[in-house]
Ligand binder design. Sequence first.
Ligand code: ZN
Length: 280
Amino acid sequence: MKKLFIDIGGTHLRSEVWSENDVITEYIRSQEHGLLSYIDRVMLQHPDISFIGISYAGQVDQGVLVASPNINIDEYDIASAVKSRYGIPLKIDNDLNCAIRAEAAYWKSDSIAALFVGTGIGAAVIDQGKLVRGSRNMAFEIGHIPYRETPLLCGCGRSNCIELYASGSGISKWLTLYGREQNPNLEQLKNSIIAEERSIAAEFEKAVLHAAGVLVTLSNPEILVLGGGIVEQNPYLVPFVRENLKDYALNPSLKTLQIERSVLDNAPLAGAKLLENSNG
Ligand SMILES: [Zn+2]
């Protein structure tokens, strides 16, 4: 029997088909397929798949896709569609909810928060061993807290979200607005001779500190894990947050806080593999 695990990020889809001893990995651009048509294609090649676990960069509630800014949706009720078409269980959760499961297992913590900065900025919290979901599985959608008005448009339809400052897509939108070339390297932007590029990097740093401060102040975790593509490409951000968070969070909540960089190869995908045996 085989299992299929998929991580659907803001730009790319990574999937792994596992059988007893081997794994087949595939990367494609997320927009190339709707999710159901992608699953159809994999099922054709591997008809003996018996479980599908998915980490999804968008809102999802009880197996039903609610919204996604960056991904084609060809079937909203994806778990039911797969059940009726193939008779196998599919479990899907938000990418940060998947990542925090993997991080909690790695750090052996039951009081942990994750802040991942990639195409978007997302957060998740496990408190006293339990994932904090909210009534429709949308708790800690930190990218869309109101921050400051911009001339830009967020994927959610508003123009004042913190994601417009503190994310890869935010940096990219500002660079486009100023007619600059795309560049995800923050240290190059910080040291640029172009004032607009320096200000994009400075505003990004402030917004990330603000997001981390809000997350820590509201959830009071034992460990804050920073991850995602932008953190991987700019590792200075972890010591930077460690040094400066005191100006952005309630200080007693920082006393014993441990701030770490995610060391997992792909935390959302690692979390998708934990979905099969997870109830909460
Ligand atoms: Zn938004």
